[in-house]
Design a protein around this ligand. Structure first.
Ligand SMILES: Nc1nc2c(ncn2[C@@H]2O[C@H](COP(=O)(O)O[C@H]3[C@@H](O)[C@H](n4cnc5c(=O)[nH]c(N)nc54)O[C@@H]3COP(=O)(O)O)[C@@H](O)[C@H]2O)c(=O)[nH]1
Length: 861
């Protein structure tokens, strides 16, 4: 229901203040309305309050919904007039005619309203009676209605006062709760913080203390205030003077109160308190000394403990370093503390190291394996001990023994590592000295028998595991005793020291050269070949080097001495004997060398010895053969399927003065082993070039390319390329006449270098043939890379080509492969017509073999 009149702000405020709007139904107003209706004998009575946009019917009797607009209108008029308003017949009232016309015949003809006016004179509502027919209202009745209206207003005002009272009460309760909470909160805070508060009256020197102060001092809360003297009774006697002085100064305004002193509780317990205070002005101009007292006993003790710990750690003789616990990876954990001993030992001031990772202490000699071990432990937050080398600020290495422990200062999480380090440089030096004495010969500085035996045991084990061989060379100086007897022990010692160096020069660094005592030395060779004969050859080479190393005279002061060794050799392999037995065998072999005339090498094993003898002899004969020109070349033709000669292969032979003609299989291995293959290879090339030049000179034959076999060791020698080009150039023949035959094994080693070398030779016109194809790696990958001209099918496949389908399939595959890759293909070892026919059927067009001609001297080709 809306009100048509302009809201009066004051009226609204008054209504709100009276809490009448929106309030529930109250019987007292209903009774008033009913009484007004019956008293005036009207069918309708109303008590309404006029809001901003609404009429609130606080009580109504007989009013229908259709009556409401007109009733509201009259109420608004009453409010506006602020005095009794009577309309005896609405339709006769010219002032309201326009209003009544809009609504047709009005439901209400008679209206008498009394404004409800507050003490402040504000009309907030209306008490009215209405009738549906016109009528008159006597003055006495109107006066009575006015009394009723005042009564209604009084009721409203009483109601308002009651609300005000309630509001005041609830707000007081809230304040009370707030205060209560604050006071409890204050007390709790003080208790938790062990912080009491006090105020001291500067005239009476009496103190008012908070509850917590009593608790801290351990005294009962008796009276509201205590005297300063009383307070002092709890202060430790020795601290009285300080407390009085501090309080006096604070009162004088010289300095705020701030001191730590002891108190003594009744039970004699001593506690530490921190007093703080300052002057404070309160409302009436009075000045107080207000302050706090805090029980700091626990933190005081732990601070003292920390100080003690810090001072102690700072002063201990061991270096102490504390780092954070992370990061373990780069840049490493940061140093947070180092003590004085650390500074003294490393030469670094703590300001230079705090914040850095301890890694700056490491250097070239710091043991990687130890660092890895430490790291692994730290990653798992485990304690670890290690002995490592660190470096001083000047870069000097020193040994430390260090214990690192993880530290968790908060909960269980490791936050730091503490490292305690002792300098063990001297101990290490002493240990080194002891070790040298225990394991090394002081005269020659070589390992002694003890260390040798240790290493020998180890070497035997390694050989067994790796399934290869090792060797023991027992060396005894010939006629050493007579040197000692004639020139004296000084000279003897001098010789022994020099022998030691020469023996070291004869062996590899990985081998052990030891002195057993006197003039006896041993060399332990490890990692020799798997095959005992090959291993014996390797040991023999070392023995030869030793003999050669003794050829130059030894310089013993102003005396040149010639000395020879006798060397006994024994091998050990997977079936090796124990170290002692091996030593005995090598010793026995050495005696054999002595009895065979000294300055010699002898093997313990007879079969080995004879093989070595043969090899040594062959080696000597080979060298002589090169000098005396005992090598010859035979040539074998290569033909096409028309029988035309398309190539020639040069094959070396050794015309041995005693043993007759020797074939490459008898001596090429030796030439490769002793390195003379380069020498022989040069001779072969030279010889072939001369032969080609001669054939070309005669002009009675078309000279096809001549194939020369080149072994792997020869090809990879750094002199091979320049030597070959030099010989060819000097011979003046066209390099097109030369074809180099290489085996697969020679080519797959050092692939890139091989391809480069072949390419350079090929650029000069030299051709390349791949020998023995199919027996080795046969990898398509390397075939594609190599600058080849020709592939030779190994004679092993040709031999059974007619009977073995597998071999036939291989030859067919090789032929097809060559066709695809664009290589010539030559089948070697063709011994009959059937083999040739089969190869021809498979598409091979070039052959070499006894069927077409054996290797023969040039003149018989
Ligand atoms: N580094 C050098 N190696 C060389 C040199 N000369 C030869 N050799 C290498 O020795 C291998 C064997 O040579 P050789 O004993 O001379 O045998 C060749 C022929 O005699 C033999 N052949 C030829 N036809 C047949 C036959 O029908 N049947 C049969 N059983 N054997 C036959 O084959 C050898 C030639 O083969 P290849 O070289 O593979 O073409 C020799 O393979 C070279 O590796 C040298 O100067 N330097």
């Amino acid at each position: 229901m809306t009100t048509s009149s302009t809201p009066d702000k004051m009226r609204l405020d008054a209504q709100y203040a009276s809490d009448m709007l929106n309030s529930p139904v109250e019987p007292v107003f209903d009774e008033l309305a009913l009484f007004a209706a019956s008293f005036c004998a009207t069918p309708i009575a109303l008590i309404s309050l006029i809001g901003k946009s609404q009429h609130w019917y606080k009580a109504s009797a007989g009013l229908t919904e259709s009556d409401q607009p007109l009733a509201n209108f009259f109420c608004d008029q009453t409010i506006a007039r602020k005095r009794p308003f009577v309309v005896e017949d609405a339709i006769r009232h010219p002032e309201f005619l326009h209003k009544l016309k809009k609504g047709g015949v009005p439901g209400i003809r008679f209206f008498a309203g009394l404004p409800l006016i507050t003490e402040d004179g504000i009309a907030i509502g209306v008490l009215s009676v209405m009738d549906r027919k016109p009528r008159k209202l006597s003055q006495s009745k109107l006066d009575s209605l006015a009394i009723l209206a005042r009564h209604a207003m009084t009721t409203i005002e009483l109601r308002h006062q009651r609300s005000e009272l309630q509001r005041a009460l609830s707000s007081r309760e809230e304040v009370y709760h707030q205060l209560h909470w604050q006071s409890r909160h204050f007390r709790e805070s003080q208790r938790i913080a062990k912080l009491g508060s006090w105020e001291m009256d500067l005239v009476s020197w009496r103190l008012q203390l908070s509850d917590e102060v009593y608790r801290i001092f351990g005294v009962e809360h008796m009276s509201p205030t205590v005297s300063f003297d009383n307070y002092l009774q709890s202060v430790h006697r020795e601290d009285h003077a300080r407390v009085i002085q501090a309080v006096t100064q604070a009162i004088a305004g010289q300095s705020p109160l701030d001191l730590i002193h002891r108190i003594v509780r009744k039970n004699k317990e001593i506690r530490f308190v921190h007093e703080r205070g300052q002057l404070m002005a309160i409302e009436d101009g009075q000045v107080l000394l207000a302050g706090t007292v805090q029980d700091i006993t626990d933190s005081y003790h732990s601070q003292r403990e920390r100080d003690l710990l810090y001072t102690s750690i700072s002063k201990v003789n061991d270096s102490v370093m504390i780092t954070e616990a992370w990061p373990i990876d780069e840049p490493g954990p940061r140093i947070v503390f180092v003590n004085r001993a650390f500074e003294e030992r490393t030469g670094y001031d703590h300001s230079e190291v705090i914040g850095r990772s301890p890694r700056f202490l490491q250097g070239i000699q710091t043991q990687r394996d130890q660092l890895d071990r430490i790291r692994a432990a730290l990653e798992n937050h485990q304690p670890v001990s290690a002995e490592i080398i660190n470096y001083t600020r000047e870069g000097k290495p020193f040994w430390i023994e260090m214990d690192i422990a993880p530290v968790a200062i908060q909960g269980n999480d490791v936050t730091h590592f503490v490292s305690v380090q002792r300098d063990i440089t001297q101990r290490k030096a002493a240990e080194g000295q002891i070790e040298r004495l225990a394991f090394f010969d002081p005269l020659t500085k070589l390992p002694n028998r003890r260390l040798l035996m240790d290493r020998l045991e180890h070497a035997i084990e390694t050989a067994r595991r790796k399934r290869n061989c090792g060797a023991l060379l027992f060396i005894d100086l010939d006629n050493f005793k007579s040197l000692n007897d004639t020139l004296g022990h000084d000279k003897g010692d001098l010789l022994l020291a020099q022998v030691a160096r020469r023996l070291e020069n004869s062996a590899r660094k990985s081998n052990t050269v030891a002195r057993l005592g006197g003039d006896e030395f041993v060399i332990l060779l490890e990692d020799l070949a798997v095959d005992p004969i090959e291993a014996a050859a390797e040991a023999e080479i070392v023995g030869e080097k030793i003999l050669a190393g003794f050829v130059p005279p030894f310089n013993l002061g102003n005396y040149e001495h010639h000395c020879t060794p006798s060397i006994g050799v024994t091998l050990f392999d997977t079936k090796a004997l124990g170290a002692d037995d091996l030593m005995k065998r090598a010793d026995l072999a050495m005696y054999q060398a002595k009895s065979d005339g000294r300055n010699a090498i002898r093997f313990f094993d007879k079969r080995m010895q004879s093989q070595i003898n043969t090899r040594v002899m062959l080696d000597r004969e080979f060298r002589r053969a090169l000098k005396e020109g005992q090598f010859v070349l035979h040539y074998q033709r290569q033909v096409d399927d028309m029988g035309k000669v398309t190539g020639i292969e040069a094959l070396v032979r050794w015309q041995h003065p005693r043993r007759g003609m020797l074939y490459p299989s008898d001596f090429i291995w030796l030439a490769e082993e002793n390195g003379l293959i380069m020498h022989l290879g040069r001779w072969v090339l030279q010889c072939v070039c001369n032969q080609v030049a001669e054939w070309l000179q005669h002009g009675d034959m078309v000279v096809p390319p001549v194939a020369i076999n080149v072994s792997a060791r020869q090809f990879h020698h750094h002199d091979f390329l320049p030597n070959t080009l030099e010989i060819l150039e000097k011979s003046g023949i066209d390099p097109q006449h030369i074809k180099l035959e290489l085996t697969e094994s020679a080519l797959v080693e050092h692939m890139d270098a091989t391809v480069a070398k072949m390419s350079e030779l090929r650029a000069h016109g030299i051709r390349f043939s791949l020998d023995d194809f199919g027996t080795g790696y046969s990898s398509l990958a390397y075939l594609k890379k190599l600058p080849l001209d020709e592939i030779k099918i190994d004679r092993a496949f040709v031999r059974d080509i007619l009977t073995d389908p597998g071999d036939a399939a291989i030859t067919q595959t090789i032929v097809s492969l060559c066709q695809i890759l664009g290589f010539d293909v030559v089948a070697e070892g063709v011994e009959n017509e059937g083999q040739q026919a089969m190869l021809a059927l498979q598409g091979c067009r070039h052959y070499q073999g006894y069927w077409f001609g054996r290797p023969v001297p040039a003149g018989q080709l």
